[in-house]
Design a protein. Sequence first.
Length: 380
Amino acid sequence: MSEVDGLLESSLRGARRADFTNRSFVPSLTHLLEACHQDANLSLLGAWALRFDVLRCLKNLLRFDELEARFPALLEAPVPAPIFITGMPRSGTTFLHRLIAQDPNTIAPRLMHLVHPHVSQCGRAAAALRRAAVRVQLALFRSLAPEFNALHPVGVDEPEECTDIIAQVFHSPRFESTYRVPSYSAWIHAIGFLDAYRFHRRFLQHLQAHCPGRRWVLKSPDHVFALDEMRTVYPDARIIVVHRDPVRVLASVAKLTQVMRSPFTRRIDPVEIGKEVTASWIDGARRLTSLSPGDRSVLHLHYRNIVSRPIDAVEAVYRHCGLTLSHAAEYGMFRWLGSLKAADRTPRRYDLLEFGLNPDGLHKQFRHYTDRFRVQIEPE
């Protein structure tokens, strides 16, 4: 019996089900496990964490199957005009996403629901135990990677990225941030993300069953690599693209990748990581420059405008999406901004040279992108 077959059988026994309704995720899982074992140089913790993560996702998929068999109308529910925030990484997309999520008329996937999508159906005691378990997992990861929270603050009830949604079907760039898996990354990008985004919609249909009538606001820089698939699944989506000097953010992206991989591998090569993230975002910049200037579904914003005038940026998003910013939503956003000012948000600097990157060469490689969108070049 192969490793994949063993994991599937274990999950089915635990859920007392005969089979998965849809096994289309199996090739992605197979490629992920092969890449992790051949390329990732996993530590003992890394091997355990990978198995734990896979079994959790399989358990979630079986719960989806069970609920859909009982309530087939789940998959008929519309997901109208979701808002997708994407663009360059480390460009304020998380800030904008969490700011808009303060509007009670919007809904964003929270970390707790990405780990346990159906936690609200478990009963109060079981839900409290699962919430406590996720807090323990976060605390453990912070102890293993103490720099992570400074790079990307996380919390059980904070909005999180869509990469964790499509990770449930093992077809997500999230895994290349956690493990060195170049063969897996090449494979998922080569075959595309259509099935992954079909599952993305299915995931939202399950979550929104408990809070109908609210507008989804979603975020991930990695949506850049699946714009066509996203529009196929969500033809009425509104897309917000945030631009920032790529050279200014690449060292931070590389550092985040290094920090996330460190607990799970026996060896880290910063220069290799630098090459990986540079190649990835040269491709991302190329995809952004291919967007039609007349595409009315896309709103382009700039990092400096978002951080200097955040409410103005939100109002621009709302106008673009045909929404009205209510007094209650604006009040919630001002309160959240006030809480950020009270927190320690000391700017951090990361060295391109640590990752073998040369700023002059990078500026030349990204010039087509920065010229097209009039991106301000930030000083080193």
